[in-house]
Design a binder for this molecule. Structure first.
Ligand code: ADP
Length: 520
């Protein structure tokens, strides 16, 4: 927006309208003469003999308003101070610059300036030059002053608006200087604290702060004041009404000028006590329920562990007696009997595998998993050498050595890798030689081990399911549906995760993400 000053200077009228209020025709003529000879500016004169006449001209509307008034100190109906007072009508400045011409009352100068005149000159010693200069300077100074007055008024109005808004807020609101000194609180503060009005300062909130929180609040507050970072902290204030403490959320933001310098901080304190207590209650309930749930899960796990364990001895009896039957009563039972025995042995073997897998799953969930730095390459070599189905020509497995070391547990890692590689060579279409590629990359202290196969692939809709216990997508392949559940648990217990990328018919890649080795 264009300022009053620039407008005045730019639009400085080519003809200045001068109102001369003086009861002496000679003096008025002399003033006109002096102005016309004193500068190149063109003037248009309006004259009044009495103060009342001069004032009336102002009331005639905007267009009639002069650019400057030359005012005789002594008028028949009033003196210059009365005219000025009426011109100002309670405002700080009169509507246009006024230069007073005094007679012998030169000592009234200071009074006149206070009354709103821009300048004063003694009639007897005024020259064309001094009058012209006084008029022009007054116009410029007046423009400057009106601009300043307007800015101050705008500021006052905006502060008043701010206070009004701040006082209608349900929260406590405050404002601080850039150094953190609080110089404003809204009404809520005084209602809540009962402090006397206009008690300010950087430590004005300390007396009602919970003693345990003073240091933390002071450190956080002044840390933000120094760094300019937004301020946000929870603390307890003493509640005058109940005598206890209530939780508040304190927040503040800096206001910056066009150079980015902080000029002010505005903050609020919001009563979050009810919310906080509800949260605490909820947290307590959740903790209690989680503990109960964990207890139940632990009980169930130990129960299923012991059942699974106990089931192995009758199973072993079935296996042993089936074997004895096969060896000692081969002839008596005949071909059909031998077929039944074979089915008993197969069923018992499968049951044994299932029980062993369940035991492994429980063990991975329950056992203490101590983490250490593990040489992934050595561990993988050991696994690959240990199983005939991982050897060529049954499977072609390539490993992109060298592999990084990881933070893990040897037993858990063995479970993960042997299950993943086992699945990779198992789930291939009939007659296809499994091709498996194993590689690892390190990023941000995490190691991602990838096992890629050329198998049957997995429908993306099933990706979420396969890590659950007993979930098998096809009955055409042997298995218990526990392997990937073991992998997921083992990975989680090492601070890792397991992911799959796969589509039906396009092979699968399983990513085991682990922490890289560390010495913490
Ligand atoms: P299991 O191998 O005993 O069947 P898992 O828990 O290891 O059980 O795997 C669950 C299911 O996920 C498997 O039955 C199979 O359907 C699918 N699956 C796992 N790995 C692969 C793979 N590499 N390719 C295709 N399907 C797989």
């Amino acid at each position: 927006m264009e300022s009053e000053l620039t407008r005045t200077l730019r639009l400085k009228p080519s003809t200045l309208k001068v109102l001369i209020i003086d009861d002496s025709p000679d003096d008025r003529a002399e003033m006109r003469r002096m102005l016309l000879t004193g500068s190149k500016t063109r003037y248009r004169f309006v004259e009044a003999e009495l103060g009342a006449d001069g004032l009336r001209l102002f009331r005639d509307g905007q267009d009639a308003r002069p650019d400057v008034v030359l005012l005789d100190y002594h008028l028949p109906d009033m003196n210059a101070e009365d005219v000025l007072a009426q011109l100002r009508n309670g405002a700080e400045l009169p509507p246009c610059p006024v230069v007073v011409l005094t007679g012998s009352e030169a000592d009234a100068g200071a009074e006149l300036l206070r009354a709103g005149a821009q300048d004063y000159l003694g009639k007897t010693w005024t020259t064309a030059e001094s009058l012209t200069r006084a008029v022009e300077n007054s116009i410029e100074r007046f423009a400057l002053l009106s601009e300043r007055t307007r800015t101050a008024e705008q500021l006052r109005a905006s502060e008043a608006r701010f206070r009004q808004i701040a006082n209608t807020m349900p929260q406590i609101a405050w404002a601080a200087r850039p150094d953190g000194y609080i110089d404003y609180y809204n009404e809520r503060w005084y209602e809540f604290t009962g402090f006397s009005r206009h008690e300010f300062g950087e430590s004005s909130w300390e007396p009602i702060l919970h003693p345990d929180e003073v240091q933390r609040c002071v450190d956080t507050y002044f840390g933000c004041i120094r760094s300019g970072a937004p301020y946000r902290i929870e603390y307890r204030f003493k509640d005058r009404a109940s005598g206890g403490y209530r939780w508040f959320l304190g927040q503040a933001l800096p206001v910056r000028d066009e150079r980015g310098e902080i000029t002010r901080w505005f903050g609020t304190c919001t009563d979050i006590d009810d919310q906080k207590r509800a949260e605490e209650k909820l947290e307590a309930i959740v903790t209690e329920r989680t503990a109960k749930l964990q207890e139940t899960i632990a009980e169930l796990e130990s129960y299923s562990y012991s059942i699974s364990h106990d089931m192995r001895s009758p199973l072993r009896a079935i296996q042993s007696f089936a074997q004895i039957l096969e060896e000692e009563c081969r002839d008596e039972v005949g071909t059909r009997g031998r077929e039944y025995i074979r089915r008993i042995v197969t069923g018992a073997d499968r049951m044994d595998r299932l029980i062993q897998d369940i035991l492994t799953y429980s063990r991975v969930a329950r056992a203490d998993i101590a983490l250490e730095n593990v040489d992934l390459a050595a561990l993988l070599n050991g696994i690959l050498e240990g199983y005939p189905q991982f050897q060529s020509p049954k499977a072609e497995i390539t490993v992109a050595f060298p592999l990084p070391r990881v933070r893990g547990n040897v037993a858990a890692l063995t479970q993960c890798l042997s299950n993943l590689v086992g699945n990779a060579v198992k789930f291939v279409p009939p007659g296809v030689v499994p091709h498996v590629k194993i590689s690892a990359v390190t990023r941000d202290k995490r190691v991602r081990v990838s096992i890629q196969d050329n198998g049957i692939g997995i429908n993306p809709e099933m990706h979420g399911k396969i890590f659950g216990i007993f979930n098998r997508l096809s009955r055409d392949y042997e298995g218990t549906g526990i392997g990937l559940a073991v992998v997921r648990r083992a990975a989680e217990r090492m601070g890792g995760t397991i992911l799959v990328e796969s589509e039906l018919g396009k092979g699968s890649t399983f990513h085991l993400e682990l922490n890289g080795e560390s010495w913490d």
